[in-house]
Design a protein around this ligand. Structure first.
Ligand SMILES: *[C@@H]1O[C@H](CO)[C@@H](O)[C@H](O)[C@H]1NC(C)=O
Length: 399
């Protein structure tokens, strides 16, 4: 018996040692830039392997409802993009659209769909920044495009693209690269499609929220500042260091959170994080710029409580950083929570809404009870956020 016990103990300690060694090896691997980029961006995971993005009909679109095309970045990458027509506009022009050839379009300006966007002084454009992994056609992104234009299906176009290194786009992802990609798309929207920023809205989900905030902030800091109709963020995160300490792979396996108990080691590893995506600082800078320029802004932040990928409590933190920046003397997290007790609207099973208004801006936090990390993208709450944003820049848009 004693022998058996000894060998069980020995076996157990060997397997503990192996687990610790494997974990240490994983952490070591995580400090390398290329492994990190695969973990952060998941760009090798396409999820649409068996479908051709150049045949959008197989993703549930009507013939030529989507125009696949590409854009060039200043540093020579080629970004793959889809221009998605809203349904009522499609219906009105169905005959002309159906008559055009299908597939990838080398010159989008030659297409009817493009002219419907460029030549309508009332058209609106949502620029879509997707999350990590996949392509423009993956998962809940397609229902998301429908939700974005559902409020005015004769007017709201969607432009969605794959960042460098994703899907059919060239290159490898990095923070500065993705920001340049998003700037390239905005530049195309304003200068090729000719849509003024007041008719453009940015929608981002998950990792795309970080890109959205970075780009909106970049535009706000230009001279003269460029102000968009709004930003809608679904499932944002404070920054990558905070995210990795709470993130769980597939909702269950924590990567760095076991180390949070060892602050020295934890902080040491944080130094190796290459792309930090400091949304909390950028959103504060964005709000400060708009307040200082007395420019209107509208920020909507949406998160579901059952989001297992990015815990929903990232949203009250992001919200706080934005609100704090709108108050000259600042406001503490606790004081803002106290204000929520007075003014937060409880919608029961639909969750809650907290709206913060200043003379220039509206910052809105919507916490849903359900919606997971990505299913929420197709929900009417997204349609409402888009419509509120466009209405705030032009009250006639919704009348
Ligand atoms: C909150 O805003 C105040 C005033 O602008 C600023 O001094 C402070 O650093 C901000 N707090 C955070 C956490 O950013």
């Amino acid at each position: 018996m004693a022998g058996l016990l000894a060998s069980v103990v020995k076996y157990a300690s060997v397997s503990v040692a192996i687990s610790v060694a494997l974990y240490a090896a994983l952490l070591g691997l995580l400090t390398t830039a290329s492994f990190q980029s695969h973990v952060v961006y998941l760009h090798s995971i396409q999820m649409t392997w068996f479908k051709d993005l150049n045949v959008p009909e197989t993703f549930g679109f009507l013939r030529n409802q989507v125009t696949p095309f590409s854009l060039r970045t200043a540093d020579g990458e080629r970004l793959y993009a889809w221009h998605v027509l809203p349904i009522e506009l499609y219906r009105k022009h169905e005959l002309e659209l159906v008559a055009e050839p299908v597939g990838f379009v080398p010159d989008i300006t030659s297409r009817h769909a493009f002219r419907l966007l460029r030549d309508d002084p009332d058209a609106r454009l949502v620029i879509h920044m997707h999350g990590a992994g996949g392509t423009v056609g993956s998962g809940y992104r397609v229902p998301n495009y429908r939700a974005l234009s559902a409020g005015q299906p004769g007017k709201i176009h969607v432009l969605t693209f794959d960042y460098r290194g994703f899907g059919r786009s060239t290159g490898i992802p990095s923070e500065s690269g993705l920001i340049l990609d998003a700037m390239t798309v905005l530049d195309w929207a304003m200068n090729v499609a000719g849509i003024p920023p007041s008719r453009i809205l940015i929608f981002g989900q998950s990792m795309g929220t970080a890109v959205s905030v970075a780009v909106a902030n970049h535009l706000a800091l230009q001279f003269p500042p460029v102000t968009l109709a709004g930003i809608v963020l679904v499932a944002p995160f404070v920054d990558v260091p905070t995210l990795v300490s709470t993130y769980r792979v597939a909702g269950t396996i924590p990567i760095l959170s076991p180390l949070a108990r060892f602050p020295l080691l934890f902080n040491y590893l944080h130094r190796f994080i290459r792309d930090k995506w400091l949304t909390k600082d950028r959103i504060a800078q964005y709000v400060r710029a708009h307040e200082a320029n007395a420019e209107k802004y509208r920020l909507t932040i949406i998160h579901a409580e059952d989001d297992y990928d990015i815990p929903w409590h990232h949203t009250p933190m992001v919200f706080w950083h934005a609100v704090n920046a709108s108050v000259p003397a600042g406001i503490s997290y606790e004081d803002l929570e106290m204000r929520k007790l007075e003014s937060k609207i409880d919608l029961g099973a639909a969750g809650s809404v907290m709206e913060w208004r200043t003379d220039h801006g509206v910052i809105r936090e919507e916490i849903l009870k359900t919606g997971l990390h990505d299913v929420v993208m197709g929900y009417p709450i997204v349609t409402m956020a888009v419509m509120r944003s466009f209405e705030s820049t032009d009250p006639f848009f919704t009348s």
